[in-house]
Design a protein around this ligand. Structure first.
Ligand SMILES: Nc1nc2c(ncn2[C@@H]2O[C@H](COP(=O)(O)OP(=O)(O)OP(=O)(O)O)[C@@H](O)[C@H]2O)c(=O)[nH]1
Ligand SMILES: [Mg+2]
Length: 388
């Protein structure tokens, strides 16, 4: 009997031990299993920042939908140079290639000067500017400085840089840190690239650590505000908008006030490129300017006229018209990537005496460049001689 009892006790102990072992294995296995992540809820849209100024009736601020991502680092200078060169490929295929054709014979004589004249005067550079280039060549020729084609190239290059740099020097460097908010008014004929440029400009200045606010001042064209909002989202910049057909001045005024209240560094204001008539457009732009001054008397600190390089000589004519009505401080020349008429930049600087501040060499965010005369001339004429 006692042996039966001890048998049962042993059996019970063995069962307890087995149960304990099994429990321990199960627990250990569970611990080792990776955690299954909880399904994430779709991100809630960011709430609009509370306006620090009384909410205006018409215009309303659309907050950037997502927090600003870290700005993409700028590529290496060499890469930038190559991109600029690629962007100017069509312009290089225009008058530069034709100059190359003339200079290929490498013998400098009166006949060659005539041919140079023909190329330059039909090159969308403008008659006045072409004369300047040609005169520089002629005077070097009369001093017997032009031994061969490369000497002619050197003269044309030098003269081009002189023309581009003179307009720049007259205006001084662009300094967006001299006021806060720094207000930039962007004007120009429809389709020249104002809205696209504003998106690119916002990204450019945000890359420099600036807080940028965009004002959707083109309330005339139905889709203009949406187009600007898409750019705002793309570059994570806030866009102040108004209702369709709202007064553009009030939208831009509101943006400037908002920038003052919230500490934005830069306000970039879009405007319509077309109204019912040209007179309407100019009057509207003048009104925008007056109304901005009510918020900041020194503003707009810059008024950029956006010109489309594919318009060639017409771009110069447009600029002359705008210059009569508005106080333009700088040019943005777009679409240099899409035209052989890029030589017009020489005419713009020479005839209008306005600095080109930025150039557009494509449709992407990064396809806007600060204009540097030396860099530009280098990219334009580099290899021209050997390619001829
Ligand atoms: N290839 C190229 N296309 C450009 C450049 N800049 C702008 N564009 C294109 O030009 C077209 C017109 O640009 P927008 O920015 O809408 O022009 P806009 O001046 O605002 O036009 P409106 O609002 O009608 O006055 C768009 O298809 C742009 O993508 C550039 O530098 N290169
Ligand atoms: Mg536009």
């Amino acid at each position: 009997m006692p042996s039966d009892l001890s048998y049962l006790v042993y059996l019970a102990l063995a069962l307890v031990a087995i149960a304990a072992l099994v429990t321990w294995r199960v627990v250990a296995r569970r611990r080792a299993r990776p955690e299954v992540p909880l399904p994430t809820r779709p991100a809630e849209p960011a709430l609009p920042a509370p306006p620090a100024v009384p909410a205006p009736k018409g215009p309303q601020a659309i907050p950037a939908p997502a927090p600003a991502p870290a700005p993409a680092p700028r590529p290496e200078p060499d890469v930038l140079k190559q991109e600029l060169k690629r962007g100017l490929a069509k312009t290089r295929s225009g008058f530069i290639a034709r100059l190359g054709g003339v200079l290929a014979k490498k013998q400098i004589d009166a006949q060659l000067v005539d041919q140079l004249e023909e190329v330059l005067f039909t090159a969308d550079i403008g008659a006045r500017t072409s004369s300047k280039l040609l005169d520089a060549g002629r005077s070097s020729l009369s001093r017997n400085e032009l031994g061969d084609a490369s000497a002619v190239w050197a003269v044309i290059r030098r003269q081009s840089e002189t023309i581009l740099a003179a307009a720049q020097a007259g205006a001084g460097p662009l300094d967006i840190g001299r006021a806060r908010p720094f207000v930039v008014l962007v004007i120009g004929v429809n389709g020249t690239g104002k809205t696209t440029t504003i998106g690119k400009l916002a990204a450019h200045w945000m890359r420099q650590g600036k807080r940028v606010l965009i004002a959707a001042g083109d309330t005339f064209r139905a889709a203009a505000t949406e187009q600007l909002q898409v750019w705002g989202q793309r570059v994570s910049a806030e866009v102040v908008t108004g209702k369709e057909a709202a007064d553009p001045s009030s939208v831009i005024f509101d943006a400037v006030r908002r920038a003052q209240a919230e500490g934005h560094d830069v306000v970039i204001a879009d405007t319509a490129g077309r109204l019912h008539t040209k007179v309407d457009l100019m009057q509207e732009l003048q009104k925008v300017r007056r109304v901005i001054k009510k918020a900041v008397p020194e503003a707009p600190h810059e008024t950029f006229l956006v010109l489309d390089a594919t318009n060639g000589q017409n771009a110069i004519a447009q600029a002359a018209l705008f210059k009569q009505a508005m106080d333009i401080t700088g040019i943005v020349l777009t679409k240099l990537d899409g035209t052989a008429k890029g030589g017009v930049i020489l005419g713009i600087c020479d005839e209008l005496k306005l600095p080109v501040r930025f150039i557009g060499i494509g449709e992407k965010v990064e396809d806007l460049r600060e204009f540097d005369p030396r860099e530009f001339v280098e990219a334009l004429y580099d290899d021209a001689e050997s390619a001829a």
